[in-house]
Write a new protein. Structure first.
Length: 344
């Protein structure tokens, strides 16, 4: 017979896995005393105990921080990693990195493996992906790790019951729409990923809402991969379709926008002259391409620094109910890829 899990304890006590984790790891925030008593009684009844040696390791004898990213080659995650490394080194910690490749299944497998390695901190980055049926299992794995003394922080959407660093995706996209309308653009195409990818959906919806509020025409929506290759393919399809009714493209991240600019040039279409292009994230490459890319600046290094501050302050071992969350601003940066458009 397999040993009881935290999920078993939570079910026996009639509480969530996150509440059971908080009750057993000594966090009293937002846990009623009667729930603490029920959880502890359930743990005693089931003979559930966190692995004591693992608990000791997670509470401080290892000097590692585990960072889970979508794609190590993507400048978005490289910038976040730079912030994590900077803060970790200042604290005398070593960062290890694992790549989930945009797969929720792989992300869950990585977290399970990390639990056995017992780093002091686990930081999970990247958009949450809906509809996979793995959310509760991931919550349980991370809650078990936290119960054993580890610290968990997400750089993502506010979705899982752990401290989270979030980006104002919707607000940033709405601000971009206002800025582009302000320099004369009204007819757009939006290159976006599947709606299950929340980062893409939030940015797409924010952009659409602002255009609708301004009375601008509904943009052409082109669904594609959340990658440079996806942006390239979307632009190629737009050129084949014809873009006489489009004045500018908004790609929901910079690597998609840069891929789109390459495809346009390959087709003899000059970005910034024949068609405006804008992205989101303001990665370093946005200023290196020609023309320089209009984008929405997100302080990505600060995201990594903030995640480490949450973890090292102890908030990464708290309940993640919102008190410890950090919300990062997003600011529009207009560049040569979207020059002011003359009337007519």
């Amino acid at each position: 017979m397999s040993p009881p899990t935290l999920h078993d304890v939570a079910r026996e006590a009639g509480v969530s896995v996150a509440t059971a984790s908080r009750a057993l790891n000594g966090s009293s925030r937002n846990v009623r005393s009667e729930n603490v008593s029920r959880v502890r009684a359930a743990a005693a009844k089931l003979n559930y105990e966190p692995h004591l040696s693992a608990q000791a390791i997670a509470k401080g004898s290892t000097r590692t921080v585990a960072l889970v990213v979508r794609d190590v080659a993507d400048p978005y995650f490289s910038a976040i990693a730079a912030g994590v490394v900077q803060a970790a080194e200042a604290a005398g910690l070593i960062v290890t990195m694992a790549v989930a490749d945009g797969s929720p299944e792989r992300e869950l497998e990585i977290v399970r493996t990390l639990r056995g390695q017992r780093p002091r901190v686990i930081i999970v980055t990247g958009s949450r992906i809906e509809g996979t049926g793995l959310r509760e299992t991931l919550v349980e794995e991370l809650a078990e790790y936290r119960t054993a003394g580890g610290r968990v922080v997400l750089i993502s959407q506010r979705d899982l019951p752990f401290a989270t660093v979030t980006v104002d995706n919707g607000g940033g996209a709405a601000a971009l729409a206002r800025a582009l309308l302000g320099v004369g653009y009204r007819r757009f195409a939006v290159f976006h990923a599947a709606p299950e990818i929340r980062t893409s959906r939030e940015r797409h919806e924010g952009f659409l809402a602002e255009l609708a509020a301004a009375g601008a025409p509904e943009p052409l929506a082109v669904e594609t991969g959340f990658t440079r290759t996806g942006g390239y393919e979307a632009a190629r399809r737009l050129v084949e379709r014809g873009f006489e009714d489009v004045e500018a493209v908004f790609a929901v991240n910079d690597v998609m926008a840069i891929g789109a600019m390459t495809a346009l040039r390959d087709a003899g279409v000059l970005p910034g002259r024949d068609l405006g292009v804008a992205g989101f994230d303001d990665i370093d490459s946005a200023m290196d391409v020609r023309p320089a890319l209009t984008s929405v600046a997100v302080p990505l290094r600060e995201a990594g620094l903030s995640a480490m501050r949450l973890a090292l302050s102890g908030d990464g071992s708290g309940d993640g109910s919102g008190e410890a969350d950090v919300r990062l601003p997003a600011e529009v940066v207009l560049r040569e890829s979207t020059p002011p458009r003359r009337p007519g």
